[in-house]
Ligand binder design. Structure first.
Ligand code: FAD
Ligand code: MG
Length: 332
């Protein structure tokens, strides 16, 4: 195994092209690299958590810089000589025949096209944050969306939930396990009597005064002139696919509470045969741990589909191994 920098992409055919080289894509790439497949990882380098300094909740890496976890993952994958890398964007992808009827052409931002027999889409999502003055620059620092990721560090202090729509009630209901919660409904989350009673029973204080802006660490400035000093804030944005590639390929989507995600089966195959997906792009609520798990499954799924042939969407994984065991030995 060589431990030098990753090999640059060439126009060679690849067994698998992994688009998105963060936690999910790297995890898929690692399985495929170790299966001695010839793979290309294409990564534009805009991880969703790049606004946060530390990442929490991923076993063995709890509290470490999110960038370090990704960099170490990349070094793990780059150590395999059968992995090529393109630091840039895959701008388009289309189906293009192939020896088994499944091959894809991927266009890169340096005007090259590359071919792969299988694709793994691990392109993640981007957050469209609520338009509150001062919120964007505090995102990942004192304004968060996931209490499992950043709730503990608020030390059971004052937590503000900034409503962005009806789903925000759910966030306000969850957060009392992490601190003393004030729910700022801000004119976008009208509450009925049952919801008010439920929140009150959970110890949540409801404040219907419009929010003007955020100042200092996490102070909420209200229209009536009050300034509520909070330890941290939570809000939901809408999520959107970071890349149009799944849509260009014709993958089906499901609508999650915060936005669409790519539909996959147990093997992480999308509804387009031979195209797999992992991470935030295919899960309504994800994390580093879940992205790594999905990526490992997508990598194994793509590899099995190279070994045993493409299966229809939602074919049981064991059926793949069972049908193969008659013609191959040593299959896991
Ligand atoms: P991403 O990490 O978003 O990576 C996708 C990659 O694909 C990016 O590098 C992107 O540039 C690339 N890409 C996209 N399109 C293309 C293209 N067309 N061509 C090439 N490359 C492309 N989770 C935790 O477990 N713990 C935490 O503490 C935590 N904190 C968070 C804090 C914040 C502020 C946010 C927003 C999220 C946080 N998360 C946390 C969630 C975590 O960031 C995601 O679950 C995780 O990053 C998803 O991994 P992924 O590989 O699916 O996507
Ligand atoms: Mg983080």
């Amino acid at each position: 195994m060589n431990t030098t920098e990753p090999t640059p992409a060439s126009t060679t055919d690849y067994d698998v092209i992994v688009i998105g080289g963060s936690y999910a894509g790297l995890s898929a790439a690692l399985q495929l690299a170790r299966a001695r497949r010839h793979i290309l990882v294409v990564d534009a380098g805009h991880r969703r958590n790049r606004f946060a300094t530390s990442s929490h909740g991923f076993l063995t890496r709890d509290g470490q810089p999110a960038a370090d976890i990704a960099a170490e993952g990349r070094a793990n994958v780059a150590a395999y000589p059968n992995v090529a890398w393109h630091d840039g964007t895959a701008t388009a992808a289309r189906h293009d025949g192939g020896s088994d009827g499944h091959a894809f052409v991927v266009e890169l931002d340096d005007a090259r096209t590359v071919r792969g027999a299988r694709l793994v889409l691990a392109t993640g999502v981007r957050d469209d944050l609520p338009h509150i003055d001062g919120l964007a620059e505090r995102w990942g620092k004192s304004v968060f969306h996931c209490p499992y990721c950043h709730g503990y560090e608020l030390n059971e202090g004052r937590i503000g939930v900034l409503a962005s729509g009806p789903l925000s009630v759910h966030q306000a209901q969850m957060l009392p396990h992490w601190g003393h919660v004030t729910f700022f409904t801000n004119g976008v989350c009208p509450l009925d009597d049952a919801q008010r009673a439920d929140l009150q029973a959970r110890g949540v204080q409801v404040d219907d005064t419009p929010v003007l802006r955020l100042v200092n660490v996490a102070t909420v400035v209200l229209e009536d002139g009050r300034q509520e000093i909070m330890t941290g804030l939570f809000t939901y944005g809408r999520v959107h696919m970071s890349s149009p590639i799944a849509q260009l390929l014709g993958c089906a989507f499901d609508e999650g509470p915060l936005g669409p995600f790519i539909r996959t089966d147990e093997s992480r195959q999308t509804t387009v045969p031979a195209v797999f997906a992992a991470g935030d792009a295919m899960r309504a609520a994800s994390s580093v741990a879940l992205s790594v798990a999905d990526g490992a499954m997508a990598g194994v799924g793509a590899h099995r589909s190279l070994l045993f042939g493409v299966t229809p969407f939602a074919a049981p994984m064991m059926a793949v191994s069972a049908s193969a065991s008659s013609s191959h030995s040593g299959a896991r």
